[in-house]
Design a protein around this ligand. Structure first.
Ligand SMILES: [Zn+2]
Length: 197
């Protein structure tokens, strides 16, 4: 399911520290959030040109000390990053979950909880462009599943350029080194990376 939100609240697996620029966190965030936008689930695999961005959960305009704190960083597409802008919003990793938000075949998000509905409204995740975007990809992926297995696996599989986090050396270390063994690179190395997700 291309638009199935996580089953449980996200627990951070990585903890790089000491980078002086936000882009250095990108490989960690790509792996942390499975190469897709935490808000709308747009995947790197669908559009490598309009890449995903390092996003600040607490906006730097109000919380400048959080600019380079890994636990304040999310991975979000350019569209959702702009929609959120400097707003303070609910944590998508706790509010956009499978039991609270589902996608209708027509592309609309259906939310059963108030906090989820609020975040969907705040980020305009049910505006006509986003509903169209979801319906389009639902149909493309359903068609690929029937007639083109290679394309289906490309659209729902992992990118080829998985980051090798083991090779990275954050200036002030990694507060959650055990997470490296859970990274997608390591899973591919062990032959247990799923074909699709
Ligand atoms: Zn997005």
């Amino acid at each position: 399911m291309p638009f199935q939100y996580p089953l449980a609240p996200h627990v951070r697996r990585h903890g790089p520290r000491g980078y002086r620029d936000r882009e250095s966190f990108r490989p960690w965030l790509r792996d942390e959030f499975a190469f897709r936008c935490v808000y709308c689930l747009r995947r790197e695999q669908w559009d490598r040109a309009t890449s995903l961005h390092v996003e600040h959960f607490l906006p730097t305009s109000q919380f400048p000390e959080q600019e380079l704190a890994y636990d304040n960083l999310l991975y979000a597409c350019i569209r959702c990053n702009a929609a959120k802008s400097d707003q303070i919003a609910a944590d998508p990793c706790r509010v956009l979950l499978a039991d609270a938000v589902t996608v209708h075949a027509d592309g609309r998000l259906l939310a059963s909880e108030r906090r989820s509905r609020q975040l969907i409204a705040q980020l305009r995740l049910n505006n006509p462009e986003m509903v169209h975007f979801r319906r389009l990809w639902l149909e493309i992926i359903a068609m690929a599943e029937q007639v083109n297995t290679r394309l289906y696996e490309e659209l729902l599989g992992f990118p080829n350029d998985l980051p090798n986090l083991r090779a990275l050396r954050p200036p002030r270390g990694n507060s959650r080194p055990e997470g490296i063994e859970q990274s997608y690179w390591t899973k591919r190395e062990r032959g247990i990376l799923p074909v699709s997700y």
